[in-house]
Design a protein around this ligand. Sequence first.
Ligand code: SAM
Length: 276
Amino acid sequence: MTEHLDPGLYIVATPIGNLGDITLRAVDVLQRSSLIACEDTRVTGRLLKHLGVSTRMRRYDDHASEDQRARLIDLARGEPVALVSDAGTPLVSDPGYRLVREAREADIAVFTVPGACAAIAGLTLAGLPNDRFLFAGFLPHKDKARGDVLDGLADTDATLIFYETGPRLVRSLEAIARRWPERDVAVARELTKLHEECRTGSARDLASHYSANPPKGEIVLLIGPPRVLENHADPDEMLRAALSEASPSKAAAKVAKATGLDRQALYARAVELKAQ
Ligand code: SAM
């Protein structure tokens, strides 16, 4: 490992479940740091004990006073100081933003020690388009606010990633089903842990499943992007092609699946086209 650890602030990712997911560099940096700033000394204490690391800890979150932050930044000027959160990557729906911002403003070196992040772990499992994705943190608890956030993202041409909790999952899925019945959705739960699962389907089907089987544990909720017409195809052309080998009803179902357009409207159009 590194012979010498430069002074500065080290943003260190920790596991999101499976303790084997800590990196060799993270262990090294935690061991060699003068201080570990953490959300909860009990949670981080357990990890350090498991790793055999004895570095002292100090509680930190972004609500800490200016003074506390200034003291950490001062220390990082001359010594290595690590920042961890309870799990995963600090700053991702976790404390650290203000500390990093102010450390940079104070010309303190900031280093990243990357590792586990639930949002990215969920994306790798879901099988949804991943060329573009947008992480939007936790969905709001209240129905109106949740709906507003979803509506604001309606035209975003990317897979949407949210953090969610078990008790709120079904209501969120119902809100998604009302807006985007045709989109592919994934629920990635308890990642890297004993009961890891990733279930995919429409929001409606997932809402039914989780109403009957209330989910436990930690959850990442992913929503595929709006479906686009293949090669900007004209729905009429797609219907005509489908009608050459299927009934109006089957043709409408096929085109609805491919495009996300309303099946009833497509059926009415298919009947018209067949009559021409
Ligand atoms: N900083 C963390 C990261 O990098 O993923 C996220 C912290 S945020 C406070 C905690 C939320 O992340 C949980 O409520 C859950 O939505 C998600 N999460 C964390 N660990 C998870 C896991 N093992 N499986 C699924 N979701 C997880």
